[in-house]
Design a protein around this ligand. Structure first.
Ligand SMILES: [Zn+2]
Length: 217
């Protein structure tokens, strides 16, 4: 009998590191590299109950010193919002994404939006966005949620928490609002992690697309 190399796919399997340091905050060109999920949700717009979709997307950067790097797990929905700064234009992040790549005409159904995202991915159609970092401590978030709901167990807290309690916990978890909130490294950039001043847990930078830039960029 020969020695077998034991391969385990069970509990002791270690995932390859999934998160490389995100690209620094700034403006990038990119295309949709992966559509992880498209999920409908119910919402109220102007008093009417409607269905909108949320997409979880990965982008791959095109050109520049960060060419080929990815910006993962971006939640983009077609839920309408009114722009800040007095503008009356109603838009959504998903329609901003399509506008950014010059995609015309804009869809007016959820299916149309989903088809447009698939089309953008297949065509590797470039878009442009501004990227920021944020630091979030899930330990502080969990503790705040348990306290707010008077639950000892986090799963229980999550199942009973209302909107306000989630918001409160979310604020307690937020530790760095932007790239400059992270410690400097020695190369003119920023470290993508630091220890939470409140609980000493590790805070890793999460990249978030704050704005899509309208074509032509
Ligand atoms: Zn913390």
């Amino acid at each position: 009998m020969t020695d077998e190399i034991k391969v385990s796919w069970g509990d002791d399997w270690e995932e390859a590191p999934m998160f490389l340091p995100p690209p620094p905050a700034g403006d990038y060109r990119a295309f949709i590299h992966e559509i992880r999920e498209v999920k409908p949700f119910r919402t109220v717009v102007d008093g009417a109950e409607l269905t909108r979709i949320n997409a979880v997307l990965d982008f791959k950067i095109l050109g520049g010193p960060h060419d080929g790097e990815t910006v993962n797990f971006q939640r983009i929905s077609n839920m309408e919002f009114q722009r800040r700064g007095g503008s009356k234009v109603i838009s959504s992040k998903m329609s901003d994404l399509l506008n950014s790549s010059g995609f015309q005409p804009q869809p007016y159904t959820n299916d149309g939006y989903e088809a447009a995202l698939n089309r953008m991915k297949e065509d590797k159609r470039p878009c442009a966005f501004t990227l920021e970092w944020e630091g979030f401590c899930s330990t502080c978030y969990g503790e705040a949620l348990k306290t707010a709901t008077s639950c000892v167990d986090l799963a229980a807290a999550k199942s009973v928490a209302n909107k306000d309690q989630f918001k409160l916990a979310s604020n307690a978890g937020m530790k760095a609002k932007n790239y400059r909130g992270f410690p400097e490294d020695n190369n003119g950039g920023r470290l993508d992690f630091y220890l939470c001043p409140a609980c000493n847990g590790e805070i890793r930078a999460r990249a978030r697309i704050v704005q899509f830039r309208k074509a032509p960029w």
